[in-house]
Design a protein around this ligand. Sequence first.
Ligand code: ATP
Length: 325
Amino acid sequence: MAHAIEAEGLVKNYPGDVRALDGLSITVAEGEILGLLGPNGAGKSTTVKILTTLIRPDAGTAAVAGHDVLRRPDRVRRVIGVVSQKSGADPEASGLGNLILQGRLYGLSGTRARRRAGELLARFGLEDAAGRPVKTYSGGMLRRLDVALGLVHRPRVLFLDEPTTGLDPEARASMWAEIARLAGDDALAILLTTHYLDEADRLARRLAIVDRGRVVVAGTPDALKGELRGDAVHVEWPQAPPEPLVREALGRLPGVREIVLDGPRLSARTGDGASAVPAVLAALDQAGVPAAAATVARPSLDDVYLRYAGRRLAGAEPATAGGAR
Ligand SMILES: Nc1ncnc2c1ncn2[C@@H]1O[C@H](COP(=O)(O)OP(=O)(O)OP(=O)(O)O)[C@@H](O)[C@H]1O
């Protein structure tokens, strides 16, 4: 099956010697959600900008729905929907007005634009608010309208840039359900950028972890988590401890491996976390770097991220801490 998104070896340099992309490659199939995960500055937005034809890569190739982004940007634009982080809706106009205008911009007749607006308002639960100015909408309603605006022209490929940032849990859950439906029932290919690991875990069939302009690892959430056998032990200090002392203390403990120190937080892997924690705490005490807290958790995507990118995902929640289980 041809891929809905196919990017190979993308390179993008910005003035000031910034290599935003350094050979990034991804594919997304029809009906698939690919989660693009990475810290601030990893290159996610630059990737989306290239694929949505807003900027050109310095090297590499990319096609969306079979159309080359460099040679046929006009065709690409017709088959994509883009929901950016910042709402594109006019706050003074109503939801209905925004949708009709969007339809007209895509060349629909007045009647067809109105009909399509009605369908989308119903689908996104915005019928009651259709006539109200958008500035009176809640955060969740505004995000739903943003997605509706991205769908007016029935795109085959949808780009969602951090679609649930700032939403309350209920609004997030309803957005998740809608996104899953777009990929499932409507068979849209979706490229989702997110800082939320739980969102990526829940929605994405495949994940690509981006760091410094490259995909450092890709696979299904389960496959990636499965690579991390055993437990994750997380240790925290009030402030960053001297690394050599910590490494020396823990290096002597059998079964404690893959130690990653990131400021005042440390993660390591061990066969049985519950029994390792007392030994870890005692060793750190003895070395003169007593920890403030130590917890054990099942490997999370954050641990996967940490392992491949060598640091934590900015803004990511720490893995759910279970203490000694
Ligand atoms: N117009 C620009 N001029 C110069 N440097 C830029 C420009 N746009 C982005 N960069 C730099 O390119 C790198 C990649 O940025 P990009 O916005 O793609 O990252 P990101 O993963 O989307 O980050 P975020 O999660 O913060 O949106 C960063 O170092 C950024 O500072």
